[in-house]
Design a protein around this ligand. Sequence first.
Ligand SMILES: Cc1ncc(COP(=O)(O)O)c(C=O)c1O
Length: 354
Amino acid sequence: MPSFLSSKFAALEAYVPGEQPRDKAYIKLNTNESPYPPAPGVLDVISREAVSDLRLYSDPTCLATRRAIAKRYGVGVENVLVSNGSDESLNFLFMGFTEPGAVFADITYGFYKVFGDLYGIPYTVIPLNDDFTIPVEKFCEAKGTMFIANPNAPTGIALTTAQIEMLLQSDPNRLVVVDEAYVDFGGETVVPLIEKYDNLAVVQTFSKSRSLAGARLGFTIAPAPIIAAMETLRYSTNPYNVNRLTLLAGTAAMEDESYFQKNRQAIIDARAWTKAQLEARSFTVTDSMTNFLFAATDRLDGGELYAALKDKGVLVRHFTSARICQYNRITVGTMAEMETLVEKIDEIFAEKGV
Ligand SMILES: Cc1ncc(COP(=O)(O)O)c(C=O)c1O
């Protein structure tokens, strides 16, 4: 049977999300979700009345949520676009802002390549340095709209604001997209730089530090002309891209600063503890500024460790590409989850006699 799919998509390799197995209960450390529930205010706004209002379309201007984000980051409402997860912000940026091509790292968020292929964009892939840091000079020299995850994923390593400024200054006529999905766990946000640079778009998400991965809410903060252009794409694809309950949840989550601060600090503390434990067991662990650790050991093959942990009910993310196949990416969960992870690693090493 023919699929009728346009031939230009025939060879498209879709993004592969982290596995969500249902066969048993796992300690889920594979997709960088928060181990903590959304802010208490979120539970309050998802009322029977709010659910009953689902018969109505959502506010296409997403105004209340944009106001809450604008207030939190000290920018104007005209500087904020909200999207169905930050993936949708990235989608708009690849769809409409890549006429000069795109530039991204070889080891970074896998969706950049998928979007590049989806839209047939010529892209340049720049290898990370041997220590997995970003070669800033090479990025400065490359042509095309730049997509930088900062901190990077899956390495967890962050660039400084001064380094991002070098990228912005390398060509004022080139757009630099800084994907700050993980910035709340120790990186420096460059949102304040939108005042100074016309060529900056910052993408963030509610999925990680605000515990709303399942609600699908992300946003872009950028100079007003960039946001207005993104809005044209949004209204040309789906003006009701964010549903009513998610808008309510997002506004409530953004307004609860103390809950946000408490949870991000708990993750940072659990990360430090886990990193030290892994290093004490001879793991090499990158200097992560995110809610995950990127770790490898000579004692056991990365894929084998992943499989043995899965057998013992702990799910981590293993990548098969050559440069990083010895590594696993481990989401930072609660302290209790991290203690179990370390226990299971000890059991695995003992069982394998390594
Ligand atoms: C670097 C990076 N950017 C963006 C996203 C997309 O997140 P979401 O669409 O849930 O906001 C992810 C998800 O894991 C990510 O790792």
